[in-house]
Design a protein around this ligand. Structure first.
Ligand code: TRP
Length: 491
């Protein structure tokens, strides 16, 4: 369990302090607090992501896994993957196994609507989620935790978070999700039915002791906060969405999700995975699928490593509503520089790209690997000066934000209503899978959801399953042979 939770932080609004000096303390990363280690000098250090992998017990995404991802999807991994920005996972291999076999899974992510000020850091997990959706062609559910943002703040009212919720939904839609494959829901609105049953099912299997150990709650924590984990966790089960996956729980409980999220959200799902492993459908031996995870790191605040952009500190972040001029001024004025104090010294010794915010932002936003490498070499050798580096960064971010604003302007209330309507979704999955997963027909003849209303008999399903396995084996053998042949053909 997480050992580095900061119980004190839970008493207050969970908005991190981006730019203040702190008393010496160790690194803290949990859903309510993100803070790099603070040395005796009060200076915040960069977050040590390798240490998080160790502490949380997740797995590093290594080159072998990236190679497999590329092989299986036929697509070059997203730049976040190539550059270690999406750096850790749980059971991603199992999801790839399923994808290879054409077996169903879905994507689940979310956002806490805590303000109208969405910044570039917020868009990172969503950009990546969109890539996953485009790549795998699977359903995506996006949870808006309006309840969480009310429970975890001393100030916010319910009406306030409701307002943020619909505005944030527009921001999320503007990232470019496919309405045919995406269901956005607010906890306040969607609670009930199958979802609520799963919330209760999950909560019954978590004791107060466990919640305290995982999240650092104490005797003064309001009980809504203590219970909230079962809400965030319950969306990891496909049976919470019968309109997407069908009513037959004997099938839906076995459909796993892949959760793209920032690493601070891991404790919720570690907890959900523990419970999933213990749960069976009714008294059968059908297990609840454990959610798989893929974790991203944070985008540093303009002030540099060890900090995180904050929606409430204007000079800490580039906001999605910033004008080109604001972006330029903020980067020029605040972006922490890894350059040397004088031009002479910089030319001689070169800049430090590890701490340089403009360079780090380019790692997130500049697509071209070669160009990025050229910039790194030029800056580290002292050939490129801080001003030039910042100019490149300003241009990239202006382009990124302007493109977002253009899409955002087109998102109206109608679009929000569409994405947030409880309705069947349509998706195709892996076009190269040996046998297409059976899609159940709607009354109007349209394909609805996999394994849904039981129109396929058990025997048919069994047969299909068997056939699928045989095909998968064949495909695997053919692939192995092809690879062998290829290897043999090489000089
Ligand atoms: N708790 C998250 C937040 O505060 C919102 C959230 C809900 C989420 N479910 C999720 C984020 C799943 C990532 C994945 O922003």
């Amino acid at each position: 369990m997480a050992t580095n939770v900061n119980a004190e932080a839970l008493k207050e609004s969970p908005i991190p302090d981006a730019i203040e000096k702190h008393a010496a303390s160790k690194q803290t990363v949990d859903p309510y607090n993100v803070q790099g280690e603070v040395g005796e000098d009060g200076v915040v250090k960069a977050i040590d992501y390798n240490k998080l992998i160790e502490e949380f017990g997740t797995k590093k995404i290594d080159q072998a896994l990236l190679d497999r991802l590329e092989r299986v999807t036929g697509k070059k991994p997203h730049r976040f993957l190539r550059r270690g920005i999406v750096f850790s996972h749980r059971d991603l291999e199992l999801i790839l196994d399923r994808y290879e076999k054409g077996e169903p899974f879905y994507l689940y992510t979310g956002r806490g609507p805590s303000s109208d000020s969405v910044h570039v850091g917020h868009t990172i997990p969503f950009e990546f989620t969109k890539w996953l959706q485009d790549t795998f062609d699977v359903p995506l559910v996006i949870m808006m935790t309006d309840d969480e943002k009310y429970l975890f703040s001393d100030k916010r009212t319910i009406e306030e978070v409701e307002g943020y919720c619909s505005n944030n939904a527009k921001d999320i839609i503007a990232v470019g999700f496919d309405p045919n494959k995406t269901f956005i829901f607010s906890d306040f609105q969607y609670m009930g039915g199958a979802f609520y049953k799963n919330v209760v099912r999950l909560s019954k299997h978590i004791t107060l002791n466990q919640a305290r150990a995982i999240f650092g709650f104490n005797d003064s924590t309001n009980i809504g906060r203590i219970h909230f984990g079962s809400i965030q966790g319950a969306s990891s089960w496909a049976s919470s969405f019968p309109h997407i996956f069908g009513e037959d729980e004997s099938k839906t409980v076995a459909i796993p999700c892949l959760i793209p999220c920032a690493i601070d959200q891991d404790p919720y799902f570690r907890m959900t995975r523990d419970v999933s492993a213990r749960l069976k459908y009714k008294n059968s031996n059908i297990s609840y699928a454990k959610p798989a995870l893929i974790h991203s790191r944070f985008l540093d605040a303009l002030q540099g490593p060890g900090t995180k952009m904050s929606a409430s500190v204007d000079e800490s972040a580039i906001f999605m509503r910033d004008t080109p001029n604001q972006i330029k001024n903020k980067i020029n004025k605040y972006a922490f520089s890894g350059g040397k104090v004088t031009v002479e010294e910089h030319r001689e010794k070169g800049g430090d790209t590890n701490v340089d915010v403009a360079y780090q932002y380019l790692r997130f936003f500049l697509e071209d690997d070669e160009e990025l490498e050229k910039i790194r070499v030029a800056y580290e050798s002292g050939e490129m000066l801080t001003g030039d580096l910042k100019a490149i960064c300003i241009k990239e971010l202006q382009t990124y934000v302007a493109a977002f604003q253009e899409r955002r302007a087109k998102v109206d209330d109608e679009a929000v209503k569409l994405f947030m309507t409880t309705r069947p979704l349509k998706w195709n999955g892996n076009p190269r899978a040996p046998v297409v997963v059976p899609q159940v027909q709607n009354a109007d003849g349209e394909a609805a959801a996999e394994g849904g209303d039981g129109k396929l008999t058990k025997n048919q399903l069994k047969k299909l399953e068997k056939q699928k396995q045989i095909e998968a084996k064949k495909a695997q053998k053919a692939k192995e042979k092809e690879e062998k042949d290829k290897a043999a053909a090489q000089p």
